[in-house]
Design a protein around this ligand. Structure first.
Ligand code: NAD
Length: 358
């Protein structure tokens, strides 16, 4: 099969880690007889430098014309003094908007080989866990009406959700649960918030009518925050609103160990998605070949699974990463303090390519 992929490396370590993911995808394409055509576009600080804006039209058009987008990270101290629409991060919101991406997927799995890096008690971490947080991305309190009173001594933000917004993210979550262990936990605050009551009603209706094969349960967000630490192996897929998902996905990712390992995907109505590591542009290590490429490589694997429906190819990448880690290979961010034989970012990429070829 042939796919056109828009690469948006961005700033800082972005070009290094996207370059690694491209090598991995090219190797997988050769192995399975596919063709991936890559075109690179600028966004973030580098686009401000070249075009005077963080998200130039040429990037928007290129991403819209592609089958999927792989993004590195944007931002850095060079552009920190800029404000409002000129900030590099505006490129991310802009891309999500033009691509119509309303569902954010954040897997948080504990790689058995990295159990020692997990911050949880050993009796909890040794059980392992593999959860997927599905977060609504374009509604809720982050997009609701907000303001201050005239005196400026009171402010408000509004949480609002329509049935349509809830239905579409719920369906995305049920579909994902169907491909995993068929267990979906809907997280809300229905004991207090009216939007949460609508959320719960809607998710249950969709579950009963369209996904009776998926086990659905509800959990209040405060309890969910506790259970992710107490008993993460309980969860398979979690679906929740924009703000709750923002907080819980960061919490879940932190219990797995390094930020350099965590992938994400943003999806909408079509199969075209945007895939990116959860970390930022890490200006402190940019250009030093220290960045861990694994989060971006696993984001590429998610692209193959969710946008291109190539599960075998995605499994192959995930297995190679897991095998490299099980064999003890580490980058600086995941090494133990006394380990002096860790790999650079490019060496880690080569190691993963070697295991892919096995
Ligand atoms: P960051 O995620 O870039 O870095 C936090 C820490 O984690 C740093 O010590 C960094 O060296 C380390 N780190 C991050 N990725 C790593 C990797 N792959 N391998 C090894 N170590 C890694 O967060 P920050 O320092 O708060 O932000 C830096 C810049 O990135 C800022 O301009 C911020 O606005 C931007 N940012 C962008 C995104 C994005 O593009 N999605 C997300 C978050 C932050």
């Amino acid at each position: 099969m042939e796919f056109n992929i828009a690469l948006v490396p961005g700033d800082g370590i972005g070009p290094e880690i996207v370059g690694s993911a491209v090598k991995v995808m090219e190797t997988v394409a050769d192995k399975f007889g596919h063709k991936f055509n890559f075109t690179t576009y600028l966004a973030g600080g580098c686009a401000i430098d070249k075009y005077g804006e963080p998200l130039p039209q040429v990037t928007v058009d290129g991403c819209l014309a592609s089958d999927s987008v792989l993004l590195g990270a944007v931002g850095g101290p060079k552009w920190d003094h800029l404000s409002g629409n000129m900030r590099p991060e505006k490129a991310l919101l802009g891309l999500r908007k033009v691509l119509g991406l309303y569902t954010n997927l954040r897997p948080a799995a504990l790689q058995p080989a990295l159990a020692e890096a997990c911050v949880l008690r050993p009796d909890i971490s040794e059980k392992g866990f593999d959860l997927m947080i599905v977060r609504e991305l374009t509604g809720g309190i982050y997009f609701g009406e907000r303001g201050r009173n005239k005196a400026g001594d009171a402010a408000f933000d509004t949480e609002a959700y329509s049935v349509l917004e809830i239905e579409r993210v719920a369906r995305a979550a049920f579909e994902i649960a169907r491909k995993r262990k068929k267990h979906l936990t809907s997280v809300d605050k229905a004991n207090v918030l009216e939007t949460s009551r609508l959320w719960r009603e809607t998710v249950h209706r969709i579950g009963q009518t369209e996904y009776p094969d998926v086990t659905l349960d509800d959990m209040y967000v405060d309890n969910a925050a506790m259970q992710i630490i107490r008993a993460p192996s309980f969860f398979d897929v979690i679906v929740t609103s924009n703000m709750f998902g923002d907080i819980l996905s960061d919490e879940a990712s932190q219990v797995t160990g390094s930020i350099g390992l965590l992938a994400s995907a943003s999806l909408g109505e079509t199969t075209r998605g945007m895939y990116e590591p959860i970390h930022g542009s890490a200006p402190d290590i940019a250009g030093k070949d220290l960045a861990n490429p694994i989060a971006t490589i696993l984001s590429a694997a998610m692209m193959l699974r969710y946008s291109f429906d190539l599960p075998e190819e995605a499994d192959c990448i995930e297995r190679a990463v897991s095998d490299v880690l099980s064999a003890g290979w580490r980058t600086a961010d995941i090494k133990s303090p006394d380990d002096e034989n860790y790999l650079s970012g490019s060496q880690m990429t080569e190691k993963i390519l070697e295991y892919l070829g096995r």
